[in-house]
Write a protein of this length. Structure first.
Length: 631
């Protein structure tokens, strides 16, 4: 059923209705799915524990809704066009019928390896069709997928496998990334040295690099799938059964496993996909996000398939073989809806107009952005040179924890304002609070963004540690879900996200905790202590600035910096490598030992004129040293 909102008046009406009777509203949006048993209760909740249940008593399998439900009407329609890293290599496409068959065979293969409902399965793969197939195959049998972005290091992978005791790892021999071929299996081998829960590793041959296979543990995907039948009935799942875990960084500690459950996630991702992009039958949609992130889960896999869409799945990077690759792909597949990150737009903008003008972009109808604030300059460039002034830009604000888009224009319906995510979607009850938690009413206000009522795809818990979920999201402002973002509501009631207000930084749309980077830096043998802050970066949005105290004087600072970067790469992955490293003799700490990050941020931003009050510091003189040594 097409649940698209057709006009601004209708949006206002739907929004009002979703506030007045949320249960009736979401029951209506859930009706058209295929349920093995209808729900008993639409919603029960409290934000104190927190406890959230949507569609309790309902039984379903999300893959029946992504695949089986479409077979009659669109079995021969393409679900995915797969575009490989190398434009000269052969691509592939999968119709809904073919995808269904592959998912069922893969599901049987997983069963054959001992996987069953409730088991956790780690997926560490490049952007190949088998990644999507693996995700859906897990859901088919009721196993919980935990996809780990294949750019993360062995140490990061190991900690994610350990945290949820994954019993299987699905991977490939290698990955292509632009001109590079990257060893993936060897990262898995290293990680598994400390992961006793893993019984089997399934390896997809992709780049054909030589790899070591551990006897009794490692099996080739291509061989095992041959033995697997393509008939796999979908496991009946409770509405609140776990669908997946996705690890994300917070301001403290190790990345946490955000848990999403089945029915609410399904209903919300489909509804938002249709409405935000105003997806129309037959259109080609392309989201450039890696499936290792939430955008890939919700708007590369589940949302589009639930809506019966045709999507492009791209293995490579925007600048290979040259900076025209995105535009070439849009031209090749006649992409109608293109969804990417501001960082990609900013980096392609630097290459000028020679690339986009080589291709026809006339198929485009809607443009989207996600993951970080988009600056006005990039917004206008995207609008004018890619959308030719004709395509609405949907600036979509949301988070791993929200599961789906929360604030966004509806393409072609909501009047736009550059750099504003504009208005909340129906069902989303935003509030802005000040530091004390006082709700700021009316327009023309700025504060911290919270949500006061549950929505179907919201986080249910953090895997294995419910208390952490409570502390992180529901304790700062009791009774509210706290997003961690700062936000403005302007005179027109439009929302603009101003960035994180906690110790999380957003580097090229990737979310990283400063504490996590500091822990990695501190693993270097010569490092005593470090402090990391973000600073404005022209392309990445935010760059990583590290202040580091060393145990001994080092004459070769360039080498030391390289070693520190290598340490971070080893502990987390190259996305977390600091852009700037300043060696300092001390950090600005208060008498109680707390680092005054405000000062470090100011120095990193290059704004040292107005550093503020430093009288509470243990050693105020350190501020002058830090200012003098700023990079
Ligand atoms: O700070 C916000 C920023 O990204 C954070 C969520 O990161 P993650 O969980 O990795 O999910 C990213 C993809 C949904 C948010 O707390 N963010 C996301 N989208 C926007 C944004 N900031 C501004 N504008 C956006 N459109």
């Amino acid at each position: 059923m097409d649940t698209r909102i057709p006009s601004l008046e209708k949006y206002q009406e739907e929004f009002e209705r979703s506030l007045a009777s949320p249960e009736a509203f979401w029951a209506e949006k859930a009706e058209h799915f295929s349920w093995k048993k209808k729900w008993d209760q639409v919603l029960s909740w409290n934000f104190e524990e927190p406890h959230i249940e949507w569609f309790a008593g309902g039984k379903l399998n999300i893959t029946e809704n992504c695949l089986d439900r479409h077979l009659e009407k669109r079995g021969d329609q393409v679900a995915y066009y797969w575009e490989p890293n190398d434009p000269a290599a052969a691509g592939k496409s999968y119709t809904y019928k073919e995808l269904h068959r592959e998912v069922c065979a893969c599901a049987n293969m997983l069963k054959g390896l001992g996987a069953k409902k409730g088991d956790r399965i780690c997926i560490y793969m490049p952007m190949v069709p088998e990644l999507t197939i693996a995700v859906l195959a897990c859901a088919r049998i009721g196993a919980i997928h935990s996809v780990v972005f294949a750019g993360f290091s062995a140490a990061s992978l190991a900690s994610r496998i350990q945290d949820c005791d994954s019993m299987l790892v699905l991977t490939s021999d290698g990955a292509y990334r632009g001109p590079k071929s990257i060893a993936i299996k060897s990262v898995v081998d290293e990680a598994l040295e400390i992961c006793p829960s893993v019984q089997k590793v399934l390896v997809l041959k992709h780049t054909n690099v030589p790899i070591e296979m551990v006897e009794g543990r490692d099996l080739y995907w291509q061989e095992e799938i041959q033995k697997s039948s393509a008939d796999c009935p979908a496991e009946p799942m409770d509405a609140e059964d776990m669908l997946f875990i996705l690890y994300t960084s917070g301001s403290t500690g190790k990345p946490k496993g955000v848990v999403h459950t089945t029915a609410g996630y399904m209903v919300y991702t489909e509804y938002t996909f249709r409405n935000v992009f105003q997806y129309q039958e037959g259109e080609v949609y392309w989201c450039t996000a890696d499936i290792g992130w939430i955008t890939g889960h919700s708007y590369m896999v589940y949302g589009p398939l639930l809506a019966g869409a045709t999507s492009v799945l791209f293995e490579g990077i925007p600048t290979f073989p040259d900076a025209g690759r995105f535009w070439q792909i849009i031209d090749k597949y006649h992409v109608n809806i293109f969804y990417t990150a501001p960082t990609a737009i900013r980096s392609l903008q630097l290459f000028g107009l020679d690339f986009p003008t080589q291709y026809s972009l006339s198929s485009l109808r809607v443009l989207g952005t996600v993951g970080e604030p988009i600056n006005e300059e990039a917004w206008h460039w995207y609008h004018q040179h890619i959308g030719k002034g004709n395509c609405p830009i949907v600036d979509t604000w949301w988070q791993t924890e929200t599961g789906g888009i929360m604030i966004s224009p509806l393409a072609g319906i909501t009047p736009l304002k550059p750099a504003f995510a504009t208005l909340p979607l129906p069902g989303v009850q935003l509030v802005i609070v000040d530091q004390e938690g006082k709700v700021l009413l009316g327009n023309g206000v700025e504060g911290n963004l919270c949500i006061q009522f549950p929505w179907p795809s919201m986080i249910r818990t953090t895997y294995g540690d419910h208390e952490r979920c409570k502390q992180n999201y529901f304790s700062t402002y009791p009774g509210l879900y706290f997003t961690g973002d700062g936000c403005k509501r302007d005179e027109d009631g439009y929302y603009r996200i101003t960035g994180r207000v906690d110790d999380v930084i957003n580097v090229s749309g990737h979310r990283l905790g400063t504490a996590e980077i500091e822990n990695a830096i501190n693993q270097h043998a010569d490092v005593v202590e470090s402090a990391v802050v973000g600073y404005p970066h022209e392309i990445k949005g935010q760059g990583i600035y590290a202040y580091v105290i060393c145990s001994k004087k080092n004459d070769d600072l360039a080498m030391l910096r390289l070693e520190i970067m290598a340490t971070v790469q080893k502990m987390i992955g190259s996305i977390a490598k600091p852009d700037k490293i300043q060696i300092v003799s001390g950090l600005p700490k208060t008498r109680s030992g707390k680092i005054m990050r405000r000062i470090l941020r100011k120095v990193a931003e290059g704004d040292v004129s107005n550093i503020g009050d430093i009288s509470t510091l243990l050693d105020p003189a350190i501020v002058d040293e830090i200012k003098a040594g700023a990079i």
